[in-house]
Design a protein around this ligand. Structure first.
Ligand SMILES: [Zn+2]
Length: 268
């Protein structure tokens, strides 16, 4: 792999730093495909974790999978494709649900999963193990990214998130790739000393062409990172009927750009 253009952009020393790092991708679906590809092209070593198999409905947002992969393990197929793209990086894979032992030796974890249960598990695991975590989430037109390390965590941002009881979350490939790009830049910025989304969450709404950065305060009563009882009501999680798993309505937050006309979920 010829990294000369990346070296021009970030400098040789920073590039060499990246080449020594290892990131774990948990969840090898849409976000996992795009984020692992971008990390691979930047020369970062990878551990891919997913117990699930490729399904037909994954293909439209997974550029590295094709029809011949249906029924095969996602992490295994992804590892094969990434090794073809860049044989110069080390790519390993785990075909099980993420556990502490899988991420013990990595420098950072990328949350590319799509259920709150797994997201909360990763959140508490990474806080306990003091491993930086980059949370990312995509739902229909909406996407979010947050960097978590010695800062407010996912539970501070969304204390009691629950998955859409309807089960199916819509996904637009362009929104997935956009959120992956922001997620991967958190990794690169962290490794080379740039700014990361610490104590703030990046929110993208593709329908409005809108980007927001919203401050998230550490909750003292947080189950995962807090120290004492002190309830703070600063978010409302609104379940949506069909088009998204949830939408987030900021209440008492510092918002760089005002979000006054929040898109209400369309009924039906
Ligand atoms: Zn917390």
């Amino acid at each position: 792999m010829d990294y000369s253009r990346q070296i021009v952009a970030i400098g040789k020393k920073n590039h060499e730093q990246l080449r020594e790092k290892r990131a774990a991708i948990v969840g090898c679906g849409g976000l996992g495909n795009f984020s692992s590809l971008l990390l691979c092209l930047s020369g970062i070593n990878l551990v891919l974790i997913d117990h699930d198999n490729v399904g037909a409905s994954n293909l439209h947002r997974c550029p590295l999978f094709s029809e011949r992969d249906i029924g095969k393990n996602k992490a295994e197929v992804l590892a094969k494709r990434l090794r073809e793209h860049n044989p110069g990086i080390d790519v390993t894979y785990i075909t099980k649900k993420a556990r502490e032992e899988h991420i013990r030796d990595v420098d950072i974890v990328l949350d590319c999963t799509d259920t709150f249960a797994t997201k909360y598990l990763l959140n508490s695991m990474c806080i306990k193990m003091e491993i930086p975590l980059v949370y990312a989430s995509v739902s229909g037109y909406d996407g979010q990214v947050m960097f978590i390390h010695k800062s407010a965590c996912l539970r501070c941002f969304i204390p009691n998130g629950s998955d859409n009881p309807c089960g199916v979350v819509g996904a637009i490939p362009a929104v997935v790739s956009m959120i992956s790009s922001v997620q991967v830049m958190q990794v690169i910025n962290f490794f080379i000393g740039g700014k990361v989304l610490k104590d703030e969450v990046f929110i993208y709404n593709a329908k409005r062409n809108a980007f927001y950065t919203v401050e998230v305060k550490k909750r003292e009563d947080c189950k995962d990172c807090g120290t004492k009882e002190n309830a703070m009501d600063f978010l409302t999680i609104q379940p949506c009927k069909a088009k998204a798993a949830f939408s987030i309505i900021p209440k008492k937050m510092h918002v760089i750009q005002k979000w006054e006309d929040v898109d209400k979920c369309e009924q039906g």
